[in-house]
Design a protein. Structure first.
Ligand code: NAD
Length: 316
């Protein structure tokens, strides 16, 4: 790539759970955003969701009421891909987690966008190199993994695919910092990157503990929420290992690792629950039963916690 691209105009492809929130962050930081999806209903809903998010944030002291409409006015919606991405200096893809769908989209974006337009994917776990495989200008294709809800969780994992250029990585880092996100570099394009490897190692063990009858689901969650989870915001596992000593960590691992779940396949209990349509919030029963009120309470508690966390970290 020649000249460093001016990343003023951003296109977000896919206006679902993640896409609308990603569009929102760029718009609140002064960028013009084009939000694309396959239906007008989804796009209308996305703008409604953005307005509701901004109202909630303003009422919580994050952002201001008078910035809500100007931010929304910076977002244009369209179903027309060619029109949507033509003026964008960065396109962020946030369509469903389906490799074929993403590969075809990147092939199309690669053909439509000038060579200095950066193309980013918000995939949660998939290889950036594979997603880019049908495109020709692969040095401008990069992973930018936001976390849900993207306007409250600061981290974005920036993943270098096999062909991603250093210039692309630098430009994306600069841009993310300018919108007050916290980018980290994932140096190898491995499934799950860093965050989802860690998260799903924990989930696999949690499900295995329930499956073996060691503790019930509520207890497993309590152990985390009232136990080591309390210190996680200030002490990561590697800092914690340093704090207790690597010699002690080695002794513990020598004893315990053989007892920890290491199956490469999803748990039979998980499969059985899915077969029985015990899908969690979607069907009112998963690892525990969920009434409508309990689900609403859980969602509200999470949002309240994230807002409080955000308010504290803005002060630090
Ligand atoms: N949901 C999460 O918590 C989360 C977190 C981080 C990353 N992700 C990743 O973000 C991506 C999107 O996830 P989501 O949860 O927002 O999904 P979603 O299903 O809520 O939204 C996807 C949207 O993409 C639209 N779409 C599908 N094909 C399209 C196309 N060709 N052009 C334009 N729009 C198209 C759909 O209509 C839908 O509105 C996935 O790769 C997912 O793995 C999700």
């Amino acid at each position: 790539m020649g000249v460093m691209p001016n990343l003023k105009n951003i296109a977000v492809v896919g206006a679902g759970m993640m896409g609308h929130g990603i569009a929102q962050i760029f718009a609140t930081h002064g960028h013009k955003v084009i939000l694309l999806d396959v239906s007008d209903e989804i796009l209308t809903k996305a703008i409604e969701n953005i307005r509701a998010n901004l109202i909630l944030l303003a009422r919580s002291g994050i952002g201001s009421e008078k910035e809500i409409e100007p931010s929304i006015e910076r977002i244009t919606t369209t179903r027309n891909m060619e029109e949507g991405v033509s003026g964008a200096r960065l396109v962020i893809e946030s369509i469903p987690e389906d490799l074929n769908l993403k590969q075809n989209l990147f092939q199309k974006l690669d053909a439509l966008c000038p060579f200095d337009t950066i193309l980013a994917t918000n995939t949660s776990v998939m290889s950036i190199t594979e997603i880019a495989s049908k495109a020709s200008k692969r040095e401008r294709i990069v992973g930018t993994h936001f976390w849900n809800p993207p306007y409250l969780i600061p981290l974005v994992e920036v993943i270098k695919g096999q062909d991603t250029s250093a210039q692309t990585i630098d430009a994306v880092f600069d841009l993310l910092k300018s919108i007050k996100k916290y980018p980290v570099l994932v140096k190898k394009d491995v499934p799950g990157f860093v965050g989802n490897r860690l998260q799903h190692a924990l989930w696999r063990e949690a499900i295995s503990i329930v499956e073996q009858g060691i503790a019930d689901p509520a207890t497993v969650d309590e152990v985390i929420k009232k136990g080591f989870g309390v210190r996680l915001p200030v002490l990561g596992p590697l800092e914690n290992a340093d704090m207790v000593g690597l010699d002690l960590t080695l002794q513990i691992h020598q004893y315990i690792l053989k007892h920890i779940e290491r199956s490469p396949d999803p748990s039979p209990l998980l499969r059985q629950k899915v077969e029985q349509q015990e899908l969690g919030f979607k069907t009112g029963r998963g690892f525990q039963g969920w009434t409508t009120e309990a689900m609403e309470r859980c969602r509200k508690q999470l949002l309240k916690h994230l807002i409080a966390w955000h308010q504290r970290s803005e002060k630090d």
